[in-house]
Structures are given as C-alpha cells and as structure tokens.
Design a protein around this ligand. Structure first.
Ligand code: CA
Length: 226
C-alpha cells in the first residue's frame, strides 16, 4: 500500500483530501501542524508528503528542508493563490510539485495517481542478487533461489520485497508493518519476526547465519544481498 502524509492546518482541506485519497486506495495520515507532521514522518514510512506552505508553527519550506536532509520522498506543496515567488523557492528547496489553492480534490488525486504510476513504472520488475542466486520477480510475485522457485506467502513476499528494494537500509519493524499491512494494522512487532524466521528458512542457505536478511539488534532488519 502507498502511504501518504498530509500536513495541513485547515482541517476541512485535509479531511476532504484524506477521504478522496483513501477512496483511491492510499493509506493516509494527517497532521495539523509541522511538529506533528515531522513526528509522523519520522515514525512511519511514507511515499508522498502533501505539505501546506503556511502552517501555524514551522513553515512548509522549513519542513521540506528537514525532510530532504534524510529522505528523497516525493513532496507536493500546497500554496495560496498567486504566491509565485513561493513557488520558485519551493522548487529550490526540494518540493516535487506545486498545487495552488484553491484546487479541487479531484485534481489533486489525479496528480497523486499520475505520480504513483510514474514511480511505479520506473522500478525494475526483477531484483537479482548474489549473481542470480536469489531472484525476486515483482510482477509475478515469485522468488527463486538457485533457479528453484520458492513458495512464499503473500506477507512473506511483501516483507522480503520491501527489504530487498531498500537494500542496505535498515527498516524498523514498524516500517515493515506499514509497508506490508498498511498503516491501519494493529498488530505486534513480533508478527514481523515470525515472518522473517519463515522467510529465512526458505531462502537462506544457513538460517542461523543469514546473508540476505540481517538482524540489526534493537532496530530492525536490513537486506544484505548484493
Ligand atoms: Ca495553512
């Protein structure tokens, strides 16, 4: 599921956007000020941030800069009508797109859908590691180890894919839950550990000394394949 964070102090705007985006199948979180927005951003894993330029505490430009220090996530900035200089400055600080208020929720969802089609289209369909010993096929949702197809459950596949796609980066259990089950899932972090254990049995040569799914103590997991 693609997760979106809306940082916007006008509740009416964010409620309407949330409803439209959820109808189109996105997981949506909202924050009504910059502090809450950054807190959510640090806690969860988002694919898009919809950020209002004028917020009561930290302004949108500053939030954009802070997000850009650690993340390449897509940012749509919302700005008041006619604020052209803001528009130029916003592009310089790393916002990817601009929407001038007032805009229709339909227009915004159309642009969000277009963005996800675009980034979806850019990703390669096949991830290959260890000279082809481990191949993950995204569209077919299959995994082969040394040429043999290994049956994974849908959740196991999603967890493995999330880790492999973010090769080298540590993902927390919470981030994995967000990616695999969506933001609404109210489960335990242990759920992930159980799945990881099962995936290792299926893909690792020695599951006590795994080379693909590495445990990062007290943080989460990272993909170790090359
Ligand atoms: Ca505002």
């Amino acid at each position: 599921m693609n997760n979106i964070l809306i940082i916007e102090d006008e509740e009416k705007v964010s409620e309407v956007l949330k409803a439209y985006l959820e109808k189109d199948g996105y997981g949506v979180y909202t924050a009504n000020n910059g502090v809450n927005g950054l807190e959510l951003f640090n806690k969860h894993d988002f694919h898009l941030i919809i950020l209002d330029l004028m917020l009561p505490d930290i302004d949108g430009e500053e939030i954009c800069k802070r997000i850009r220090q650690t993340s390449e996530v897509h940012i749509f900035m919302l700005t008041a009508k006619g604020a052209l200089s803001d528009k130029i400055e916003g592009l310089n600080i790393g916002a990817d797109e601009y929407l001038v208020k007032p805009f229709s929720p339909r227009e915004l969802t159309a642009r969000v859908n277009a963005l996800f089609r675009r980034i979806g289209g850019k990703q390669s369909d096949i991830l290959s590691f260890d000279n082809g010993n481990l191949i993950i096929h995204k569209e077919k949702r299959t995994v082969t180890v040394k040429g043999e197809e290994v049956p994974l459950t849908p959740n196991e596949f999603d967890i493995l894919y999330a880790l492999a796609e973010n090769k080298g980066k540590v993902l927390t259990r919470e981030q994995l839950i967000d990616k695999v089950f969506g933001l609404d899932f109210e489960g335990f972090d242990r759920t992930i550990d159980v799945h990881i254990k099962n995936i290792r049995k299926k893909i690792e040569e020695d599951n006590r000394n795994p080379k693909y799914i590495i445990t990062v103590v007290r943080v989460g997991y990272r993909f170790g394949g090359e």
